[in-house]
Design a protein around this ligand. Structure first.
Ligand code: CA
Length: 329
């Protein structure tokens, strides 16, 4: 396969702490020999495990970028053993545009793996991580939230994996992250995901959903900051003691967790995030937007559990995910 065109402007291997960029050549009308400059920090202190930490895989999710910007400023080589690679804005063009997908090629980075060295900008970022950064890592954390269109109870997540030794290591890392909720996640659409690409390389992988609505809160950022430090301590990289509080363990065993809108309209939430629900309960109602005198369409939960996810904007379109209910384990 062709080499990836991305060049780091700093050493990824030397001891010490360096801030630089992953420089991705991007020739275009306003800059013939221009580049996309993805900020990166590498901190190393001798031999030990490597952690790869990313935020803004989707460009409108903010807990990861904030927590990782702070970590890049505050973490010092003498605090660690091994290496920490920090990329606060993984899909950097999307992050700068405050959009889920890239404004350059309209690609969703989390559906672009394994990527291509000769593909679009997003595919080149995916290929660089897939073939260069992920292979260096022992543990990988990718921060997500709901973005502009979804909102979540704050959780760390891992997937059900065929390799049960790897799955147990991922579960232990999720427990160390210690978000208020911990979820064994079912992906509805896992083709091309970073998660899958990292897991297929045998790495310990944790992702999160810490909030949403295209913003972050003091509370959700606090969860991110504590979680990443705990994870680094758990991995044997950061010195110190983990801060562990209670977590609620949830599962998403199958597609019955999801409720999708069957019409366009004005959404009325009937259950809020964190509320307990029973199978058959109405979780939301969809009112018409174009006339009065019509009853709303009810959206039902298909299992007993906890409201984990909700559609965020006030208007909904047919096929949108209205709610996700997770099972208490
Ligand atoms: Ca996301």
């Amino acid at each position: 396969m062709k080499p990836n065109p991305i060049q780091p402007t700093i050493s990824l291997d030397d001891d010490g702490k360096r801030h630089g960029f992953l420089r991705l050549p991007y020739s275009r009308d306003d800059s013939a020999w221009g580049s996309v400059m993805i900020p990166i920090t590498v901190i190393r202190n001798g031999d030990g495990p490597t952690a790869l930490l990313t935020g803004a895989n989707h460009g409108d999710e903010y807990e990861g970028p904030v927590a990782l910007q702070e970590l890049a400023v505050t973490l010092e080589p003498e605090d660690i053993k091994g290496r920490v690679i920090i990329v606060p804005a993984f899909n950097y063009p999307a992050f700068r545009a405050a959009t889920r997908t890239s404004p350059i090629d309209a690609r969703n980075l989390n559906r672009a793996f394994p990527g291509r060295p000769d593909g679009t900008v997003t595919e080149k970022i995916a290929d660089y991580f897939h073939r260069t950064l992920v292979p260096m890592a022992d543990i990988v954390l990718d921060f997500h939230s709901g973005g502009k269109t979804l909102d979540f109870i704050p959780f760390a997540a891992v997937h059900v994996l065929e390799d049960k030794v790897q799955e147990a290591a991922c579960i232990a890392a999720m427990a160390a992250f210690n978000a208020p909720y911990s979820v064994m996640l079912l992906e509805i659409d896992n083709v091309g995901m970073y998660d899958t690409a990292v897991e297929e390389q045998g790495k310990v992988f944790v992702s999160t959903e810490l909030g949403g609505g295209g913003t972050a809160t003091a509370r959700s950022i606090g969860i991110a900051k504590k979680g990443v430090r705990n994870l680094l301590i758990h991995a044997g990289i950061l010195k110190g003691k983990m801060e562990i509080g209670p977590t609620v363990n949830l599962g998403q065993p199958d597609g019955d967790c999801f409720t999708f809108a069957e019409s366009d309209g004005l959404i009325e939430p009937v259950k809020d995030l964190g509320d307990p629900v029973k199978r058959g309960d109405v979780v939301a109602r969809i009112w018409p937007v174009d006339r009065t005198g019509i009853h709303p369409i009810d959206c039902h939960a298909h299992i007993d559990g906890i409201m984990t996810t909700r559609h965020f904007p006030g208007l909904v379109k047919v096929g949108d995910c209205v709610a996700v209910v997770s099972l208490e384990l």
